[in-house]
Write a new protein. Structure first.
Length: 206
């Protein structure tokens, strides 16, 4: 009888440890699946072209709710998107303008204009910095936040936290490679990029 009880207790503890491991795995897989679904929402909300900052902001806020175990789904995402697009479309227009200026720089490089390679490299790095700052701003967006303030603060964090910024550059590179090799794969990966931005901002705050 004395030896049976320790064995039963050991079995109970082993079973509890297995259940804990399984629950952690299930939780992480659920978050991963939610990221992929959020990527689809972001892609659809970005179809008007100038709404991509608002789409990422709504997606990032949805993922923050998910990781905090708060209720929320497509309805809340759409509500956040409508709130973010009020000022976010201006940021979207500015982003396309920056991309157009870099495209002009690239054409100057290809035309062999003196100083073109330097101008092209500076323009490309500036565009990457703007993209990272935009992701970091979207990751901390709240319904009452000003996009101008968010982008200014995100620009400072982009410089002060180079490790996190390089991580987001890697995420953007994954999206580009996915679009190049298998275009549909880039859609769900957008959610993973939004999740990476949320994680980078959380790491920076800590």
């Amino acid at each position: 009888m004395a030896t049976t009880q320790p064995r039963a207790e050991a079995k109970r503890r082993a079973k509890a440890r297995r259940a804990a491991r399984e629950s952690v795995f299930a939780e992480r897989f659920a978050v991963f699946a939610e990221c992929l679904l959020t990527g689809v929402w972001i892609a659809v909300a970005s179809l008007p072209l100038v709404t991509y900052p608002a789409a990422f902001a709504a997606g990032a806020r949805h993922l923050r709710r998910r990781t905090s175990h708060e209720a929320g789904g497509l309805r809340e995402f759409l509500a956040d998107f409508r709130a973010a697009v009020r000022g976010g479309w201006i940021a979207g227009v500015a982003g396309w303008a920056a991309a157009a200026s870099v495209w002009v720089d690239v054409q100057a490089v290809r035309a062999g204009i003196p100083g073109g390679p330097l101008v092209g490299a500076v323009g490309l790095f500036a565009l990457l910095g703007l993209a990272v700052a935009g992701l970091r701003a979207a990751a901390v967006w709240e319904p009452d936040a000003s996009w101008r303030v968010l982008l200014a603060e995100a620009g400072r964090r982009t410089v002060l936290d180079p490790a996190g910024s390089f991580l987001l550059v890697g995420g953007l590179a994954v999206v580009a490679c996915s679009a190049f090799f298998v275009a549909p794969l880039a859609v769900p990966v957008l959610g993973a990029v939004a999740a990476a931005a949320v994680a980078v901002e959380g790491r920076y705050r800590r």
